[in-house]
Design a protein around this ligand. Structure first.
Ligand SMILES: [Fe+2]
Ligand SMILES: [Fe+2]
Length: 259
């Protein structure tokens, strides 16, 4: 449910019960619209109990690990990485970030692989990679005096477009829309998703995400200019470099047919 819609329902329910919300400053009851606005402004992301995610992740990666011990370890790690990423995103001072956090959960970001045949091709690989890129970028951020929130947003979300892209079936990783060439332009899809969640990006953040790959697929003159501008910017270069470094830490470890 949309945040606004939920806030309105909350305000309606209050009104129907004949309850008033008193304004602290004036001591007068707020109107239904004011209650809805107040609710909307203060709504925070609420999550399911930890058990819910644990069971969900187990179900989604069923058959990947040959022992229960390995599966337990992997699920535990996913939960840890999830918590860390959510805490970091929440600490970024950015409107709409709760929608991004919701999106990540809804699309299965924390149990997905980063790719079928490339780096981080194991359950939880995508989130681990995103956190890994952030950790490298954070180290470099000081050197270039980069804005902390920009680093969090650009590094943690550069591959958000993969949140619903790969799925597991036993020991195989499959790709949704295997015939599309969406992978090549995946930076632009990430930008689109973040914006659709209601988060505004600075031009540098947008370029860092859009052009985080080293093999850009610019098509128009405008895109070409944008790319050449991006590669002169520290934020983009830090994300690009961190992406490579973290990918190299976890090279492809598994190869199976994909659908
Ligand atoms: Fe990427
Ligand atoms: Fe990446």
């Amino acid at each position: 449910m949309e945040k606004k819609e939920f806030a309105q329902k909350f305000a309606n329910a209050f009104a129907q019960l004949g309850l008033n919300v008193i304004d602290d400053k004036t001591g007068k009851p707020l109107s239904e619209a004011e209650v809805a606005q107040l609710a909307e402004d203060n709504l925070v992301y609420t999550e399911h109990p930890r058990d819910y995610y644990e069971q969900l992740y187990r179900k989604k990666i069923k058959g990947w690990y040959s022992t229960k011990k390995d599966e337990d370890k992997a699920v535990k790690r996913m939960l840890k990485v999830r918590k860390e990423i959510i805490t970091l995103l929440q600490s970024a001072n950015r409107d709409g970030i709760e929608n991004v956090i919701q999106y990540l959960d809804d699309r299965g970001f924390y149990y997905r692989a980063s790719s079928p045949n490339g780096h981080h091709n194991f359950p939880g690989g995508l989130a681990e990679h995103s956190l890994g890129v952030y950790k490298y970028a954070k180290k470099a951020a000081k050197k270039y005096s980069l804005d902390e929130d920009s680093v969090k947003i650009a590094a943690l979300l550069h591959d958000i477009c993969k949140a619903d892209r790969f799925w597991f079936e036993g020991r195989s990783i499959h790709k949704h829309h295997p015939k599309s060439n969406a992978d090549k332009g995946h930076g632009s899809r990430s930008v689109m998703i973040i914006r659709n969640c209601g988060v505004s990006l600075s031009q540098q953040e947008r370029r860092a995400i859009r052009w985080h790959m080293s093999d850009p697929n610019y098509n128009t003159e405008e895109e070409t200019k944008d790319y050449y501008r991006a590669i002169k910017e520290d934020l983009r270069n830090v994300v690009n470099d961190s992406d490579h470094k973290d990918a190299a830490d976890h090279p492809a470890s598994h190869r199976k047919n994909q659908k």
